[in-house]
Design a binder for this molecule. Structure first.
Ligand SMILES: [Zn+2]
Length: 546
């Protein structure tokens, strides 16, 4: 060996041996890490620094390069990107936690009993409840408000149905809102029987009453969000799309995130209201690590349960009734026109096939073919069989909630009839349109659990395993698709696929440790999976008690 080569080799050895090992914050190992990258790869270890993932791979390789302040032995458990809920109501859920929970009540009597208890514990102000569903009762008719009037003559009461598209108010609340028998309005109804108000309110009529409910104080607002965040972290959610907030709520959220109280990442769509359009126009889109505001939530039609969804042909169980649009087609057109001239996103609630067709055609007029604007249709529940292609042709993103399929399957066929129901909750068909599909829950309409979303998407059964073969399983998603829908595709629907949704280097260290493998556990075991730990930006925000 020549001397020069020897010297070179010598120095190379020295440099390699002493190569400075880089400092990192956290090394997690002994895990099956689902990276959710394009090849759906897995890794056994992961290094985190400054809130971001810097490397995944084999433990030995990672240790050669990095020395971490903290090491976590995951004990053979399973790691996924934190779940992103592409359609929910985080603020609404939080305020719901401060009201009477009527979800799962089996009769009107049970609701009355719950309200008695709740009102004894909460002695002031409006009595607000949420979550009843007359389809769960033996008598499936809407209730009327006589008992509420007797029990609470001086205290306003407003109880919304599970889908938020129907509610019952007592006389006091109706008085405050100025609703009398014979009151008429567009896009809603205050039910009258034998010349008297029953207290049942549909769609826009609910807003007339709920607009009279005093808005929460700062302190109440903060408590509701902290409560909501705690429950969401415990379920592995690290980003939530809040569909339809006011700019005032955004301002309050900004403060809570800035002072570190609120760690949840939020993608917020502002409601279709002039003040909100003015706000974003004036301030421009908002983008921080935890907050992204660039979308508007527009309300196309109502819901299927209350027969407010707008259908092309009448309801199969209510001849002559088509449901209705919540605004005129001209209104949707003018909003689309305004948004198309700015770098904002349009996200419109559409459930019925007519509601969807109206919105699809309005979007198509401005999108004019393939594009990357990611305008969304929220729910996209009942699609006419000839309209599916409008999604793909104009790159319109259907944003769907798999648990709606398994919650509605008991009566969706009654509303829609045998033929029409086949192109409802058609998640696979919708996925094929653009090759990707964001998934959400619509909580608090549904439970917040992302595991229920996953189960409904892939198994298409209720929690009791009904129906035996699954519901319309030709539209089931694969496990990989469902996981992508709750992570990287949800991120993409928010223009955030470069910062979250997978565990690739450079992305936020938002991840969860589960006790079982979401991808391989058998169907029945999916709903028994537990979140052991949740991390946001490398910070542990939840740990399951042993
Ligand atoms: Zn919703």
């Amino acid at each position: 060996m020549k001397q020069s080569s020897f010297v070179f080799l010598f120095f190379t050895l020295i440099v390699t041996a002493c190569a400075p090992v880089e400092k990192a914050d956290l090394l997690i190992h002994n895990a099956t890490i689902y990276v959710v990258d394009s090849s759906f790869s897995t890794a056994e270890a992961m290094v985190i620094k400054d809130g971001k993932i810097i490397m995944t791979g084999k433990l030995a390789d990672l240790e050669k390069k990095y020395e971490a302040k903290e090491k976590i032995d995951a004990q053979g458990k399973f790691i996924y990107p934190g779940f992103i809920d592409a359609h929910a109501h985080f603020v609404g859920y939080g305020s719901g936690l401060q009201t009477a929970d009527l979800v799962g009540t089996n009769s009107w009597n049970e609701i009355i009993e719950k309200l008695k208890t709740f009102s004894a514990q909460n002695k002031e102000g409006w009595l607000i409840g949420r979550g009843w569903d007359q389809n769960d009762w033996t008598t499936k008719d809407f209730p009327s408000n006589e008992e509420l009037n007797e029990l609470f003559p001086d205290r306003p009461v407003l109880l919304s149905r599970i889908d938020g598209h129907a509610a019952i108010a007592n006389q006091k609340a109706l008085e405050i809102a100025g609703i009398k028998a014979g009151y008429t309005l567009t896009g809603g109804d205050a039910e009258v029987k034998n010349g008297k108000l029953t207290g049942i309110l549909i769609d826009n009529a609910i807003d007339i009453v709920s607009s009279k409910v005093p808005s929460p104080t700062n302190q109440q607002f903060q408590k509701s969000l902290i409560d909501a965040q705690r429950n969401c972290f415990a379920m592995g959610l690290t980003t939530i799309d809040d569909c339809g907030l006011s700019f005032e709520a955004v301002e309050r959220i900004k403060v809570m995130q800035a002072n570190g109280e609120l760690k949840m990442r939020l993608y917020i769509m502002l409601s279709d209201a002039k003040a909100n359009f003015d706000y974003l126009e004036k301030n421009g889109a908002i983008k921080t690590d935890r907050l992204n505001v660039r979308g508007f939530k527009v309300y196309g039609d109502g819901a299927l349960g209350s027969r407010g969804a707008c259908l092309l042909d009448p309801y199969s169980d209510k001849p002559g009734s088509h449901g209705f649009l919540l605004s005129s087609p001209e209104h949707f057109d003018s909003v689309a026109n305004w948004i198309s001239q700015r770098d904002f996103q349009m996200c419109t609630h559409a459930i019925g096939d007519s509601g969807n067709r109206t919105i699809l055609k309005t979007y198509a007029k401005y999108l004019k073919g393939k594009n990357n604007l990611r305008w969304r249709i929220e729910h996209a529940q009942v699609i006419h069989k000839n309209d599916f292609n409008l999604f793909g042709e104009n790159s319109i993103i259907p944003s769907v909630q798999p648990t709606h399929a398994t919650s509605d399957m008991y009566w969706a066929g009654d509303r829609l009839g045998h033929e029409r129901v086949k192109s409802a909750y058609a998640f696979k068909q919708l996925l094929e349109q653009n090759g990707w599909l964001p998934l959400g829950t619509d909580f608090p309409v549904e439970d917040i659990s992302p595991f229920k979303t996953f189960y409904a998407a892939v198994v298409r059964k209720d929690a009791k395993g009904w129906p035996e073969g699954g519901y319309q399983t030709e539209n089931a998603l694969t496990r990989e698709q469902a996981l992508r829908g709750m992570t990287i595709w949800a991120a993409r629907s928010n223009f955030e696929e470069n910062e979250k949704g997978s565990l690739e280097p450079g992305k936020f260290a938002d991840f969860i440790i589960l006790d079982k493998d979401l991808v391989k556990t058998n169907d029945a075991g999916l709903l028994q999976i537990n979140v052991l730990k949740t991390f946001v930006g490398g910070e542990k925000v939840y740990e399951k008690l042993p």
